[in-house]
Design a binder for this molecule. Sequence first.
Ligand code: NAP
Length: 272
Amino acid sequence: MISSQQTIGFIGSGHMASALIGGLIANGLPAQQIIASDPDPAKGQALTEQYPIQVTQDNRAVVNTADLFVLAVKPQMMQQVVESIRDAVQQRKPVVISIAAGIRTEALQTWLGGDIALVRCMPNTPAFLQAGATGLYATPQVSAGQKQLAESILASVGITCWLDHEADLDAVTAISGSGPAYFFLVLEAMEQAGKQFGLSTATARQLSAQTALGAARMVLEGCGEPAELRARVTSPGGTTERAIQSLQQDQLEEIMRRALITARDRAIELSH
Ligand SMILES: NC(=O)c1ccc[n+]([C@@H]2O[C@H](COP(=O)([O-])OP(=O)(O)OC[C@H]3O[C@@H](n4cnc5c(N)ncnc54)[C@H](OP(=O)(O)O)[C@@H]3O)[C@@H](O)[C@H]2O)c1
């Protein structure tokens, strides 16, 4: 999707930008087609040692070079950074992707001076292993070709889902943005139980994590609906049935529903 004539930029060269740069290069994008900025020269230097991309301390150099750039600074820096590149953005009109949590496109458009092809998205931390899940929302200014280009950036670190409404990003934040932590908590609990039964920490961890991966793969690779797959492994009178009955008596579904509602509501509260 990214042609050999196009350059992809990053403003901010922290964790998320590095993950995306790594994903793009692993997917075959030549490093010379990537430019990234960071105020800290040591960070730029470290990045070029890892990948032979172009680095600069000047955010405007990214805007003046890239066909599409990713705003990858912390949300609290965003207004200052975006306003400082507004004139360059208005002159060149590149596609802009924001990965910042909780900053609405309305605010970004205002800071950028308006009428910019802007994509807002919510990736998650498994992006660091190219196993991420990202929800994307495009403003009306984004053309079909620009959507494909934007999608190819996030698709380099995992799966992507387009959303029709920006408000859906609050739901994405609750499900996949915060989601890895829910599964880590379940893995912690399974590991603890395994240890209590006498397994070593390493064995309990490996067995529970591989089980989570296997279960997720069965769903993603079309082996069946989650409820159907659960029914298939739950023999009447067996061990799985006992555990599922216990979880349902303790209202696991209701506990998860309430947790996700509070996460979604917090995402709404934090957005501005
Ligand atoms: N990490 C995640 O799992 C995750 C998930 C979803 C969304 N996000 C979003 O991704 C964005 C980046 O997060 P991150 O975890 O990658 O943060 P990070 O590692 O702190 O990266 C931000 C980078 O921006 C640099 N920066 C600061 N001021 C700048 C400026 N004026 N111009 C250019 N660069 C500047 C920082 O440099 P210094 O360190 O030198 O200040 C740092 O390298 C955030 O908006 C976050 O909401 C992150």
